[in-house]
Design a protein around this ligand. Structure first.
Ligand SMILES: CC(C)(COP(=O)(O)OP(=O)(O)OC[C@H]1O[C@@H](n2cnc3c(N)ncnc32)[C@H](O)[C@@H]1OP(=O)(O)O)[C@@H](O)C(=O)NCCC(=O)NCCS
Length: 217
């Protein structure tokens, strides 16, 4: 299971604050003092709406989102080690915190990253660490993910991290007022995660996307 990325992965506890680490990233709690930089990336309309949430309208709006949304348990700022700047977010919603109807032994991952950092493999790197954390430290049995119809970039992230297509949900409400979407749900069991890592920290690409038959019960 050890890979270049995972060898660098570790967890530290500082009081109640959990910090996860990968080769290029620190995953830590959002702080209100991140509002300015959050606004810089989350005010870009290419980021929120495709993921189902509205663009941030001001630094104050971003601060409110940090207080009300990004303060949820197991929600992390994706911080570049090189600069110390938060450039994205990743969260693991456990049990009822997820809206796909899963038990407490399972979780759902959500993520985004600022446009200047697209295509560098940073979110797959963060997802792999959250998978390790979820399976090894929280002892989860399954971890779910999903993407709205047409979000090919997010589909690729899930493919590269080993998720397999599970089912498609129609008319899914999202945080955009009055908007309902088609969502493709993917899943990775602990057993699959344990058995399928490749030397580069990725997984065999083996799901065909929205039209594939569900392969995990
Ligand atoms: C989806 C997202 C998180 C991917 O993060 P990332 O760190 O860029 O992931 P990757 O570097 O692995 O890139 C994933 C795919 O995006 C595409 N991509 C990369 N850079 C791109 C760019 N500048 N413009 C358009 N597409 C790009 C590529 O197809 C890439 O797949 P590949 O590795 O097969 O080439 C990021 O694009 C994002 O935040 N999008 C907006 C919010 C969102 O969709 N969140 C997910 C909701 S389910």
């Amino acid at each position: 299971m050890a890979t270049a990325v995972w060898r660098f992965s570790k967890k530290k506890k500082k009081g109640k604050i959990m910090v996860l680490e990968t080769q290029r990233l620190i995953l830590r709690r959002w702080e209100e003092s991140d509002a300015q930089v959050l606004y810089k990336y989350a005010s870009n309309p290419a980021v929120g709406p495709i993921a189902g949430w509205p663009v941030h309208t001001s630094v104050e709006n971003s601060r409110d989102i940090i207080r009300e949304v990004l303060s949820a348990p197991e929600t992390y700022a994706v911080v570049l080690k090189e600069t110390g700047e938060p450039v994205g977010s990743i969260g693991l919603m456990l049990g009822k915190a997820s809206n796909i109807g899963i038990p407490d032994t399972e979780g759902e991952i959500g993520y985004w990253i600022g446009v200047p950092y697209w295509g560098m493999g940073l979110i797959p790197e963060a997802v792999r660490e959250i998978l390790r954390y979820g399976f090894e430290e929280l002892n989860l049995e399954k971890i779910w993910c999903g993407y709205f119809d047409g979000n090919e970039k997010s589909k690729r992230v899930q493919e590269k991290c080993g998720f397999r297509y599970h089912h498609t949900a129609e008319n899914v409400p999202c945080a955009l007022e009055g908007v309902w979407r088609t969502e493709h749900i993917t899943c990775l069991s602990k057993e699959e995660w344990q058995n399928k890592p490749l030397p580069n920290g990725g997984y065999k690409s083996d799901f065909n996307g929205s039209k594939a038959e569900p392969s995990i019960s």
